[in-house]
Design a protein around this ligand. Structure first.
Ligand SMILES: [Fe+2]
Length: 303
């Protein structure tokens, strides 16, 4: 199956993930894990018991909601001029129900701004909001926090409908796909992907989410740090074919897969025309260094 780019594809060029909300059995216990391992701190506890974690300023990165493990919402910071208006118009034109993000939510999370929320094809709310005021974020010690939250990979049973929604309505582009149509990497700024979708046979949840590190030397420090915190590396270190990024994976205490990544390929759509590439669905595509797969991953040609 070849995924298609329509007229809206490439409308967004300055949009990136900003936050992810998911439910866990014990938000305080999970918050402690993210404080300890990724340097996130609790920014606020909402009246209904949600914990919002960030790096001391700017937007929260993770929102923890008490409940059975699962994705509850995910969000993007739209820095494109008129980006949110354009997204809202394309959503309305294609018959989607859109709502404004709560002013309370925007004020707490973004500073002054606007935002909309819409359901993705699985019914999961997606937030699009205006640029984040990042004054006061802790940035000094890269070994104590990643550079940024970089992408979410959604688990789905319908790569085509999620790709169609994000590319042909929202305005992303397709950077790469697996030839069997079971994985697609989508971009909305210069990074090879800010969002990816993978067919795992069921839809509407997190496959993994990823944070950027500085470089290869930083990986070593982070792997040693994970060991110090009794957190096992579960996949990698390796290098992905699509995106060409270095990666290493570990699980949080609830079993969510977390990726640390660096050296992701940059796209310069204002200077060059790209054609979405199609990779063979073999282990050596998703892991160039010998094809070892994550325990939860299969490819259609050879496991
Ligand atoms: Fe990833």
């Amino acid at each position: 199956m070849v995924l298609q780019e329509g007229d809206a594809a490439g409308t967004l060029t300055r949009t990136a993930v900003s936050h992810i909300g998911f439910s866990v059995p014990d938000p305080f216990r999970t918050a402690y894990f993210y404080e300890r391992v990724l340097g996130l701190v609790v920014h606020e506890e909402s009246p209904d018991g949600r914990l919002r974690l960030g790096w001391g300023g700017g937007h929260h990165v993770i929102e923890l909601i008490e409940g059975e493990k699962g994705l509850r919402h995910y969000g993007f910071e739209v820095r494109d001029v008129d980006g949110i208006d354009g997204i809202a118009k394309r959503l309305a034109d294609s018959g989607h129900n859109i709502n404004s993000l709560d002013a309370e939510y925007i004020d707490a999370a973004v500073g002054t701004g606007v935002g909309v929320v819409v359901s993705d094809p699985h019914g999961t709310p997606v937030h699009f909001h205006s640029p984040v005021q990042r004054h006061g974020e802790s940035t000094a010690d890269t070994s104590r926090r990643p550079i940024k939250y970089q992408h979410i990979t959604l688990a789905t049973d319908n790569v085509e409908s999620l790709t169609d929604f994000f590319v042909n309505v929202i305005g992303f582009r397709i950077s790469d796909q697996l030839d069997d149509g079971r994985f697609a990497w989508l971009r909305s700024d210069r990074d090879h992907h800010t969002l990816a979708v993978v067919d795992v046979g069921q839809g509407g949840d997190i496959d993994h989410f990823s944070f950027d590190l500085a470089d290869w030397a930083d990986f070593k420090a982070w792997c040693d740090r994970l060991t110090d915190e009794d957190v096992n590396v579960t996949w990698g270190p390796g290098r992905h074919g699509p995106g060409n990024n270095l990666f290493v994976f570990f699980d949080d205490i609830d079993g969510n897969h977390i990726e640390l990544s660096a050296e992701m390929e940059k796209f310069h759509d204002d200077r060059v025309t790209y054609v979405p590439r199609r990779w063979r669905p073999i282990p050596n595509t998703v892991n160039l260094w010998g094809g070892q797969l994550a325990s939860w991953r299969r490819t259609s040609e050879g496991n």
